[in-house]
Design a protein. Structure first.
Length: 487
């Protein structure tokens, strides 16, 4: 046996094993002295072990090999990336601010308890300031120094300025209007920001998962995100609830609009009516309450597309007439009313059988006509097997059911809760923009069906009260607004 210290290195030229590993022909191998006799120094008796070259362990040369490592550059960790709800983010920041103030003042300030609206508003503005400093630091620096922002800036066209609360806002020419400050000068938001996405998602949920136009209108009440429409489309496209409720269907090409759709008239002067349902609600708040059927009477203005909803308990003629009286008491007496004649429901499923039977009964139609003849209300029934004649109220039914099932598909509501939700959906449907939203910050508020009913969008923020001011201190617009508020 030999020790490892007696082992020596054999070079490649003197190593017989390398002949096979490196490749050799049979003829060369046949006449190879190295293969048959081994290295020459093994045959030389005069060559001692000390003459064999040894490797000094202390003379190990350092080998430096270049290595390229590519890593993405991170400007910092986004603290808002882990939040999925706008309200939760604002509340967490508000709690942190309350804790920091309590530690700084070294007082016995109460850390628990509900957050006030002032604390939440302060937290919201702090978050917006942080986002604006990260995205528009050059613009903010130029404006604080009293200069103008660069012509290459994306914000040059909206004439931004820094308001008294330190936020970057849209300039515009609405300074003398009577709108709220956030509506006159919208808060500028960065384009690619998690916080901007949270605000849009919050407004999208607040208006019960409405479409792109309604969500854009809700966001534009206080904020100005660049490329807002494309951002909203991207967010709504990723909304799971909206994705489940918009199946792709074929659409029929429609003809000319009827005369009641294209002539000026007061709201609900010409009205289309339809039912939708059944919806299932509980008959009480008890845990073992049974589920009952309810229906929704949908009234649509033929001129303004305003919607009026009434939740009814059954499908009798008396119940429908009571719902119609409630509609007249709140919206005024119509001159013409349009509805289905019953045969449109022949191909409907079993759940719509009650609707088909009700509208198909001659007694029901005669009673409706006789009941409204003294009020000079003309009732019209659309042709048989032509549901596209009632496309306006069919679209309203679809919009209501889409909004309702998005927010209450799995909820067990009582009759009162279903009525409340129906009225909230009515307000949202009447606050949808009637035309395309403008991207010009100098344009006034968008036109909705609510403007024809109450003078403004129903879901818009309330106007400031004017009752405390004297009449001689009011402008003409303020005077008219004060009369409306007093009424």
């Amino acid at each position: 046996m030999t020790s490892i210290n007696e082992w020596n290195h054999v070079g490649t030229k003197e190593n017989p094993a390398d002949l096979l590993s490196r490749g050799v022909t049979p003829n060369d191998l046949k006449g190879s002295e190295l293969w048959w006799n081994g290295p020459r120094w093994l045959q030389d008796d005069d060559k001692t072990q000390s003459e064999i070259q040894k490797v000094d362990e202390n003379e190990i040369y350092e080998v430096i090999k270049p290595v390229l490592i590519a890593m993405p550059i991170q400007n910092g960790i986004d603290p808002f990336a882990k939040f999925s709800m706008f309200n939760k983010l604002v509340r967490v920041v508000a709690r942190c601010i309350r804790f920091a103030r309590a530690c700084k003042q070294e007082s016995e300030q109460k850390l628990s308890g509900p957050l006030s609206s002032e604390e939440l508003e302060h937290a919201r503005k702090c978050i917006i300031k942080k986002e604006q400093r990260s995205a528009f630091f050059k613009e903010l620096g130029a404006l604080r120094e009293g200069g103008e922002i660069s012509k290459k800036s994306r914000l040059k066209s909206i004439n931004p300025f820094i308001s008294d609360d330190g936020l970057l806002r849209v300039g515009g020419r609405l300074q003398n209007s009577h709108l709220q400050h956030d509506a006159k000068h919208l808060i500028v938001l960065p384009h690619r920001s998690r916080f901007t996405d949270l605000i849009i998602e919050h407004e999208h949920r607040r208006i019960l998962h409405a479409g792109v136009g309604a969500t854009l209108a809700a966001v534009r009440q206080s904020y100005w995100p660049p490329r807002a429409r494309s951002t909203i489309k991207r967010i709504i496209h990723k909304c799971v609830i909206c994705f489940k409720s918009r199946p792709r269907i074929s659409e029929q090409i429609m003809g000319n609009l009827p005369i009641h759709r294209v002539i000026p008239s007061k709201p609900f002067s010409s009205t289309g009516v339809d039912f939708c349902g059944p919806l299932y609600v509980r008959d009480g708040k008890r845990r073992n309450s049974k589920r009952i059927k309810v229906y929704v009477a949908v009234f649509v203005c033929m001129a303004t597309k305003a919607v009026h909803l009434e939740v009814v308990s059954d499908m009798t003629t008396e119940t429908f007439l009571n719902a119609f009286k409630c509609f007249i008491g709140r919206q005024g007496k119509p001159a013409d009313v349009f509805s289905d004649n019953g045969t449109n429901f022949v191909g409907a499923n079993r759940e719509l059988e009650e609707l088909r039977v009700l509208f198909a009964q001659e007694e029901h139609r005669s009673k409706i006509i006789d009941n409204n003849a003294m009020d000079r209300i003309r009732w019209h029934f659309i042709p048989s097997r032509a549901p596209h004649f009632g496309g306006l109220w069919k679209a309203a039914v679809k919009s209501f059911k889409t909004q309702f099932y998005k927010v209450a598909s799995d909820a067990s509501l009582t009759f009162e809760e279903a009525s409340t939700l129906a009225i909230q959906i009515e307000a949202i449907l009447n606050s949808r923009p009637m035309t395309a939203m403008s991207s010009n910050p100098n344009d006034m508020s968008y036109l909705t069906a609510g403007h024809f009913l109450i003078g403004s969008a129903i879901t818009s923020y309330p106007e400031p009260g004017l009752a405390h001011l004297k009449i001689n201190q009011l402008s003409r617009w303020q005077h008219v607004e004060e009369i409306r508020q007093h009424f």
